[in-house]
Design a protein around this ligand. Sequence first.
Ligand code: SAM
Length: 351
Amino acid sequence: MSQIIKAPAGDNNGMVDMFARTISYLRLSLTDRCNLKCMYCVSEDEQEEGCLSKLKHEELLSYEELLRVVRVAVEMGITKLRLTGGEPLVRNKVMRFIEQLADVDNLDDIRITTNGVLLEKYAERLYAAGVNKINISLDTLKPERFARITGVDCFDRVWRGIEKARQVGFSPVKLNMVVMRGINDDELPDFARMSRETEMQIRFIEFMPIGASSRWDKSTYMTTDEIKERLSVAGELIPLSSGRADGPASMFRLGEDARGKLGFISPISHHFCDRCNRLRLTSEGMLRSCLLHDRETDLRSVLRQGGADIDEKIRATLLAAIRDKPKGHQMEERLKEQGSDCHGRMSRIGG
Ligand code: SAM
């Protein structure tokens, strides 16, 4: 039976949850819109027809509302912020918003996850604004396969975006590859080798069974152990200690002389729930304390009630979401019993 450890009352502004985890990391989904239609994010019909259901503008949190939440969250102890989506860079006037975020007192760690399509255009401004880390999603190095996985033929554009990010000073640029058996697993050694020749960090992510439209199934899913085994042809994996910037990734180097690193993110097979410090805000203002649990707390209604004590109410709602954070997602067990019952879409939750 699991033992419930009560959070010490008043500790760290209440940012310690029921299982003694300190919540210090907020992920904001800026929009559910995306300029790609990746096969794990949308259904086959949506990929073919491009008829994605989208939130209406008024359903999204406004930049003003987002800034208000961030200011309160940072006062409470959030130290790290990640912008994601959908594709964060497609939201109108996003750069002005990011520049305002960078002015929030005591917020020095702003990161972004992007598909790279608009990076050639925005990398320089992002870096100048103070975004300090960038993760770029890239599941293949083959242009034709890229078009099949993402529904859009723009590999070269993304590659130019990656190059631009490196040029303007992001270091290391992290590339995230979702590994799917039979779809891109034959490219594992090629991805790993990039970490030998460049300072980039290549991160292999286990394919998660999330979203009603996910094409996840047990045959496409590969565990980190299996991924590592497949990399043995590329060289020796030398374990490294993980730093704060590595998040949940376990870190390796491919041979002694590699310039970059490899990271393995294993949300299913070696889940990191006991160390999870995250809270997510979906694009329509729902607080979600676990990516793989559909339980959410409505912050948008609170924001739109208004009133002089609005910041107090935001604080109380953030605390309620933290109190509600489950001990773990238990996805392995849930899969054995009934298959995934996690229906939230990555694009609105923010991957
Ligand atoms: N548009 C941005 C991008 O592509 O990086 C941010 C949003 S995207 C949903 C964030 C990340 O979630 C991407 O790296 C994507 O590969 C990952 N992702 C989406 N669905 C996933 C799944 N079922 N399993 C594992 N990773 C997934």
